[in-house]
Design a protein. Structure first.
Length: 210
């Protein structure tokens, strides 16, 4: 069976992205969980991932060790993870790549902590600029594609998976959002897979406190 090597569900935003895409698409895999921030963490990850980082997908002899690359691999197994329309698919890839490579200030100052509540923290001017750009992306996607369903491109796609950690960030840090964005975030939070991820994060904190 395929294996997905992931870090702490409370903290590992990069792990959440492919985990969510695989789960929502119904692609079978087994989790290999590695606790982050411990002396043995690097060695434990290197037993699976050549980059020494999580996530890493192991599918027989195939190794894929980047979040977006794993999502692309998943889309070869479940093509519906990208929009069927070529123009929408290109846009979805563009916003996914922007999330993959950008928003450094948001990552540094508002890290994902699924089970935490830190309203108002981390709101530097650079973070505010990142928040504004992300909201603009979400609003534009919903305006153009919202007729097809409740997600960024109507049906759930890799774009939703790529921005899923930001849903948790905006929830943890109580970021105010416009109604159209609130509706999309609510749809994301209602996903059984997102609820399962949060339950897993809470269970990890109880079973293996930092």
């Amino acid at each position: 069976m395929r294996q997905l090597v992931i870090g702490d569900k409370n903290l590992s935003s990069w792990s959440l992205r492919p985990w969510l895409a695989l789960t929502v698409a119904g692609i079978d895999f087994a989790e290999v969980n590695v606790r982050l921030g411990r002396p043995e963490t690097k060695a434990a990850i290197l037993r699976h991932s050549p980059s020494g980082k999580v996530p890493c997908l192991i599918d027989g002899r195939t190794l894929v060790w980047d979040s977006l690359a794993i999502c692309e691999y998943a889309a070869e197994l479940a093509p519906a993870l990208w929009p069927a329309d070529a123009a929408a698919r290109a846009e979805a890839r563009a916003v996914s790549a922007e999330m993959h490579s950008g928003f450094t200030a948001l990552r540094q100052n508002m890290p994902m902590e699924v089970c935490a509540s830190r309203p108002g923290e981390g709101r530097t001017p650079e973070v505010e600029a990142d928040v504004a750009r992300i909201l603009a992306i979400w609003e534009a996607c919903r305006a153009r594609h919202g007729a097809g369903g409740p997600f960024l491109f109507g049906a759930f796609s890799i774009a939703d998976a790529m921005y899923a950690p930001v849903v948790w960030r905006f929830t943890t840090y109580a970021v105010a959002v416009p109604p159209v964005v609130r509706a999309w975030m609510d749809a994301m939070l209602a996903l059984p897979a997102m609820q399962a991820w949060r339950a897993g994060a809470a269970a990890e904190l109880v079973a293996r406190p930092a």
